[in-house]
Write a protein of this length. Structure first.
Length: 291
C-alpha cells in the first residue's frame, strides 16, 4: 500500500471482514459516525458542563511523551487525579503550565470515567461487532494538547479510531516491517513531581524490563538504526467525523491538533495465522540480530 484508502461509507460486516480485517489492511471510513450526537455536542463548553468538577485521570509529562523511551528508560506518565474542569482550563490556555496534559487512560475510560458522555456515541460499532462476533474490550476517550505524542508501538487489538473534533496524524507501519524496526529492553520508570514542581524519573524496581521501540519515525537516527531506511511508513490524517480502521499488530505513531477529541474501540484480535506470521517474523528478526 502506498496510501491509506478511503471508504465513502461503512461496508456490510461480511464485506468489511473479507476486504479489510482478513487481509489486515487499514482504511479511513467516512460517514460511519455522522449520526453521533457527539459530533455536534462535544465542544469544550459542553464537556465542561457535562463532566464539570468530577475528578478524572490525566497523564502528565514534561515533554509530551507518555509511555516512551527517555534517558534509557521506558518512562510512563504521572497519572494525576484532577477535576476535569481544571484540565480543560489548561487545554483552553486559561491556565498556563510548562507540562503537557492528556486524557488518555486506556482502560475503557469512556465508560468508567466519563459515563456522562456515553449516550452521545455508541457502546460499540454494530457492523464491526457483527463482523468479529464480539463486543469491544474497551472504549477509550482521548483529549489533549498538541504537544502530546504517542510513540511508535503496536497493539493486539482491531482498532476503530473515531475523531470527533480536530485531527489525528498517524504514521503507520505494517507488521511486515518488523525486521527494520528496532526493539530494546528498558527499565520501566515513572515521572514523579518533586516539591519544586519539576519532574524526576523514578525506576519501578520490582517490574520486569519492557520491550519498546526507541526510534522516532519522524526523525529517525539512521546512523544508529540503518535498517529503518528499508521500512515503508504510511502517513494519514484522520479528520473530524472520520474513522480509521487500524488493524491489529500494525505499528503506529500518533500526533494531534490541539484539543482534538476522539473515541476508539478496541476489539481483541484473533490469534490466528496473522499472529503466527508476526511471531515467526519477530523470532527470525531476533535470531538474525544475535548472529
Amino acid at each position: 500500500m502506498e496510501a491509506v484508502p478511503y471508504l465513502k461509507r461503512p461496508l456490510t460486516p461480511l464485506e468489511f471482514y473479507r476486504e479489510w480485517v482478513s487481509p489486515n489492511k487499514p482504511c479511513i471510513i467516512q460517514n460511519a459516525i455522522s449520526h453521533w450526537p457527539a459530533l455536534k455536542r462535544w465542544t469544550l463548553e459542553y464537556l465542561r458542563e457535562a463532566v464539570g468538577p468530577k475528578v478524572v485521570s490525566v497523564a502528565v509529562t514534561p515533554n509530551g511523551y507518555a509511555d516512551a523511551v527517555f534517558q534509557d528508560r521506558f518512562v510512563m506518565p504521572e497519572e494525576r487525579q484532577m477535576p476535569f474542569m481544571d484540565f480543560l482550563d489548561i487545554v483552553e490556555k486559561k491556565v498556563t503550565s510548562s507540562n503537557v496534559f492528556y486524557v488518555q487512560k486506556q482502560c475503557s475510560n469512556l465508560t468508567k470515567e466519563f459515563p456522562e458522555l456515553v449516550c452521545d456515541v455508541e457502546a460499540d460499532i454494530p457492523w464491526m461487532s457483527e463482523a468479529l462476533g464480539k463486543k469491544p474490550d474497551a472504549v477509550n476517550f482521548w483529549l489533549g494538547e498538541s504537544a502530546a505524542v504517542t510513540s511508535l508501538h503496536k497493539d493486539h487489538y482491531e482498532n476503530l479510531y473515531c475523531v470527533v473534533s480536530g485531527e489525528k496524524h498517524f504514521l503507520l507501519h505494517p507488521p511486515s516491517d518488523r525486521p527494520f524496526i528496532p526493539y530494546e529492553l528498558y527499565q520501566p520508570a515513572t515521572y514523579k513531581v518533586s516539591e519544586d514542581g519539576s519532574f524526576e524519573i523514578v525506576d519501578e524496581m520490582s517490574a520486569d524490563k519492557v520491550p519498546w521501540i526507541p526510534l522516532d519515525p519522524l526523525n529517525p537516527d539512521l546512523e544508529q538504526y540503518p535498517e529503518y531506511v528499508q521500512a515503508k511508513p504510511l502517513q494519514c490524517t484522520v479528520k473530524a467525523g472520520e474513522m480509521l480502521y487500524l488493524p491489529s499488530l500494525w505499528f503506529h505513531h500518533v500526533r494531534q491538533s490541539h484539543g482534538c477529541i476522539a473515541v476508539n474501540y478496541w476489539y481483541d484480535m484473533e490469534y490466528d495465522l496473522k499472529y503466527s506470521y508476526y511471531q515467526l517474523l519477530d523470532c527470525l528478526t531476533k535470531a538474525v540480530k544475535v548472529l
